[in-house]
Structure formats: structure tokens, C-alpha cells
Design a protein around this ligand. Structure first.
Ligand code: ADP
Length: 262
């Protein structure tokens, strides 16, 4: 990739000299660029709720000083905004921890079925709030990978949470664990799905299809970036399939732990 700079130099009319500089945006420069963008995005994401909290504090110290009702309402909003900042900081920390360990292969045998049951139990209430039915299809034999249990819990949690949040209210979320040549963990929802043009960018940090819907649902925009990094550290791959209007399927495919349970 090149960036071209054009500068007009001395001279007049047809004799005017023009300098073209070609700047090579090598791989390294792009990575540096992404890092700078990331810091800018993260700061912006933190600044928005922070500005809101500061605004309410000023109102409470000033015009609304003696307004009992307003105080309750404002404190409630401030709490929401502070929680949002806390979630964001937690996700940023998770992401950098996972990235730091990127070169270390995770080693513990982890049974994906057991992880899936744990996540289902943890998310039953959230599903009930949206009247979503959770279905779990397990392979007949345990599907075990060499992994990091906490990270795999996180991976499943993020995907199932998204399916509940963005799927159809009153719909169904189907979670499936399959063995075979590789281990596969998939989450399918019957919601609005995702248009093809968004799919390649979906795992980028802070990329959202619908900003308002994501914030409304309490999203940080980092969930799928975390998922991607966990899958990569486990030497696996992530596939996303979607038909607009029919739902989306997210699938993590991971290498099996050789010879376990044989
Ligand atoms: P967020 O915190 O916004 O949920 P994610 O990284 O988890 O961030 O997801 C990025 C975006 O992908 C979401 O904002 C949403 O627009 C879209 N998305 C994720 N999962 C689904 C899904 N199951 N159905 C439709 N859209 C989804």
C-alpha cells in the first residue's frame, strides 16, 4: 500500500515543478496505525460515559441540589454509566492478557460439553428475560481440547450472550458441540442476522453493526475481538454464517486433544 503526497514546487504555468512522494505503508506501519486507532477508539468509548457522569455530578451539585426525585434518577444513570466503564476496562484488560499469551499454547484438557453446560446455567436468567429458549446438543462422546478453561468459558459466554442479545426475542438459541476430526462449538440464533458486508469486520475491536443497539444491550464492542483472539491462541478458527432475516451461526473450530479418553 502506498500513500502519495503531492507538493507543488517553484515555477509558473507549464514549467511548474511538482514533487510526488510515495510513502510505503508496510505491514509494520499498518499495525502501528491500528494500535493508534485502537487507543483513540478506547479513549473515546471511555470518555462518553465519563462525560455523562461528570455532567450529572455538576447538575446534582448545582441546579438539582435540592431535588430529591432528580437525585434518585441521576444516581441511577450514573451507576449505569460507571458500570459501562467498568465493563469496558475489564474487556480491555482481558484482551491485552490474551494477546500477551498469544504465543503460549494452552495446555489443560478441557471438556467443551462441561463448559457449555456451565455457560448455559449462567445465562438462563438472561435468556428468560428475553423469552429466549436455550437448546444444547452435545456430541455422544466427550469433546476435549487442549485449552485454557477460563478463556474457553469466556469464548462461549460471549457467543451465547450475543445470540441472546441480538437474536429474536422469544426465539431459540441452539448451542452445539461436535467431535470428529476437529472439535466444533457453534451457536445459532434465529434473529435478524448480519448483512454480508459487515461479516469481514465483525471481529474488529469496537466494530458494531448498529451502535445504538449494541450500547442499549450493554455491549462494549470488544466481545467478538476477544473471541477471535481466544480462538487463535487455541490454534483454531472462527466462522460466521448468516442469512439476513433468518439468523446467524458463529462456530469455533478447535484442534482436539489427541487420544484423550481412548
Ligand atoms: P458488542 O459488545 O457490541 O456486542 P461484539 O464484538 O460482541 O460487540 O459484537 C459486535 C457486533 O456484532 C455487535 O454490536 C452486533 O452488531 C453484531 N452481532 C454480534 N453477534 C450477533 C448476532 N448473533 N446477531 C446479529 N448481530 C450480531
Amino acid at each position: 500500500t502506498f500513500r502519495i503526497h503531492i507538493a507543488a514546487l517553484a515555477g509558473q504555468g507549464e514549467r511548474r515543478a511538482v514533487l510526488l512522494t510515495f510513502e510505503d505503508l508496510s505491514e509494520q506501519r499498518l499495525t502501528e496505525r491500528m494500535r493508534v486507532d485502537f487507543v483513540a477508539n478506547a479513549s473515546h468509548e471511555l470518555r462518553t460515559p465519563l462525560a455523562s457522569v461528570l455532567g450529572f455530578i455538576e447538575t446534582l451539585q448545582g441546579p438539582a441540589r435540592n431535588d430529591e426525585k432528580a437525585r434518585e434518577r441521576f444516581l441511577q444513570i450514573m451507576r449505569q454509566q460507571a458500570l459501562r466503564m467498568a465493563r469496558l476496562v475489564d474487556d480491555l484488560l482481558s484482551l491485552s492478557r490474551i494477546e500477551l499469551k498469544a504465543h503460549l499454547a494452552p495446555q489443560t484438557p478441557v471438556d467443551l460439553g462441561e463448559i457449555a453446560r456451565t455457560i448455559l446455567d449462567a445465562l438462563v436468567l438472561m435468556a428468560r428475560e428475553r423469552d429466549v429458549t436455550l437448546r444444547l446438543d452435545l456430541a455422544p462422546r466427550p469433546v476435549v481440547v487442549a485449552g485454557d478453561r477460563d478463556e474457553l468459558l469466556r469464548l462461549m459466554e460471549n457467543l451465547v450472550e450475543n445470540a441472546i442479545k441480538y437474536g429474536k426475542p422469544g426465539g431459540e438459541v441452539a448451542i452445539r458441540i461436535e467431535g470428529g476430526a476437529e472439535a466444533s462449538f457453534s451457536v445459532r440464533d434465529d434473529g435478524p442476522g448480519i448483512a454480508a458486508e459487515h461479516l469481514p469486520r465483525l471481529t474488529e475491536r469496537f466494530y458494531r453493526v448498529d451502535n445504538a443497539a449494541s450500547r442499549e444491550a450493554g455491549g462494549t464492542g470488544l466481545g467478538l475481538a476477544i473471541v477471535k483472539h481466544i480462538v487463535l491462541r487455541h490454534r483454531g478458527r472462527l466462522t460466521i454464517e448468516s442469512v439476513v432475516g433468518e439468523g446467524a451461526t458463529f462456530r469455533a473450530i478447535l484442534p482436539l486433544l489427541a487420544e484423550v479418553g481412548r
